[in-house]
Design a protein around this ligand. Structure first.
Ligand code: PMP
Ligand code: GLN
Length: 397
């Protein structure tokens, strides 16, 4: 007689290489804020909308039939707009046919790039703290991450070139660089990028660059404007550059991203990407193509407004007794909680929620080493009154 299968199959539903990746800290903290009504300075999303005409363009696209699969590489008009943006802003020429690929946000671009480039056991050098999806995707690819720690130096986070060089081994295949950098807010300077480029050239590495905050830089600070790594000598041919519309146009829920790279890299990434999602977001692709060409002024305004918010929050954190790192870019500011007598970011974030009704991100979850234990990240892409209320409540600590 056949035995009945047990009600619960006797399997572990999560593959070994994903064990340890529970719920992301961003989802955890936003759920906590929603559940308790706390002010959410955790997950990085703005609490105001992008430009009206951008939103209208997407709505019109839906009403006018842009609702079926767009081409696998992305809508031609968006690929052309991306190529024009890289050319006009950075002097980087990419052919919209073959050197641009539209993805489901930067997240899919990063995933498809790492999955296409990294063989089992190969190593990826990445600065820590690193964006959470990097660790998960390197693990999914069967790769090994080699973190290089960013440490505070003269008020901003940077790396020791000797440590970067020491992290490279014969098994290193990719250097994954995020600039402007989440969560530290560092915009890497040309001099720093020259070191990175030299390491890539010397060891024949592929650079994958995450540039989603490319517009969000505050030019009074060291670093100034964003410099794409691909603009440095010998780097265009070995760089897979990634960006997306979410931060630039305050539409983080739209998930329209792209890569620009030489044709053989685009072909490789697309080979993976076509089996992850094939394609997505037809109406949003059309709207983002419009915005990249026509909404530069709105983005300039966003940058000015975010710079003021950066100062508003940083001053408030400092006034509350926290050692604060005023970022050169992104919409995150970091604070060292030891100045308020806390030993570690998790403990501080717990007390912050309990006593002040504010949610923030303990940066230690983005480190392999313990170097991030004292840091907490606050998002300032929020309305002024929300920042002011948070600053007021910080006094309760
Ligand atoms: N990289 C970094 C550094 C980020 O902060 C984010 C957060 N949005 C992403 C990638 C993901 O971008 P997207 O929402 O376009 O997938
Ligand atoms: N990029 C956003 C942040 O750093 C979060 C995106 C997400 O929730 N995965 O806060």
């Amino acid at each position: 007689m056949a035995t009945l299968s047990p009600v619960t199959p006797n399997i572990d539903p999560l593959v070994a290489r994903m064990q340890g990746f529970g719920t992301t800290v961003f989802a955890e903290m936003t759920a906590l804020a929603v559940r308790t009504g706390a002010i959410n300075l955790g997950q990085g999303f703005p609490d105001t909308d992008g430009p009206a005409k951008l939103l209208e363009t997407a709505a019109e696209a839906i009403m006018n039939g842009a609702n079926q699969y767009p081409p696998g590489p992305g809508l031609p008009e968006l690929r052309e707009a991306v190529a024009a943006q890289r050319a006009e802003r950075y002097g980087l020429a990419y052919d919209p046919t073959g050197e641009v690929l539209v993805t489901v946000g930067a997240t899919e671009a990063i995933a498809a790039a790492i999955l296409s480039l990294v063989e089992t056991g190969e190593e990826v050098v990445v600065f820590e703290p690193y964006y959470d999806s990097y660790a998960a995707i390197i693990a999914l690819a069967g790769g090994v991450r080699r973190p290089v720690t960013l440490r505070p130096d003269a008020g901003r986070f940077t790396f020791d070139p000797a440590e970067l060089r020491a992290a490279v081994t014969p098994r290193t295949r990719v250097l994954l660089l995020n600039s402007p950098h989440n969560p530290t807010g560092t915009v890497f300077t040309r001099e720093e990028l020259e070191v990175v480029a030299e390491v890539c050239r010397e060891h024949d590495l592929v650079a994958v660059t995450d540039e989603v905050y490319e517009y969000l830089t505050y030019d009074d600070a060291p670093g100034g404007a964003h410099v794409p790594l691909a603009t440095l000598p010998g780097m265009r041919e070995r760089t897979v550059a990634i960006s997306s519309a979410g931060k630039t146009f305050s539409v983080t829920g739209w998930k329209v991203g792209w890569i620009t790279a030489p044709p053989r890299f685009v072909r490789a990434v697309q080979t993976v990407k076509q089996f992850l999602t094939f394609t997505a977001s037809a109406p949003y692709q059309r709207a983002v193509a419009y915005a990249l060409r026509e909404e530069q002024e709105w983005v300039d305004g966003l940058r000015v407004s975010l710079r003021a918010k950066r100062d508003r929050l940083s001053d408030g954190l400092t006034a509350a007794g926290l050692t604060t790192f005023r970022p050169q870019g992104t919409y995150f500011a970091q604070a060292d909680v030891r100045s308020l007598g806390f030993g570690d970011g998790r403990a501080f974030v717990g007390a912050l929620h309990e006593r002040a009704g504010i949610v923030a991100i303990p940066t230690q979850v983005f480190y392999d080493s313990g170097a991030g234990d004292p840091y907490v990240r606050f998002a300032f892409c929020k309305r002024d009154e929300v920042i002011d209320e948070a600053v007021e409540r910080l006094r309760r600590l």
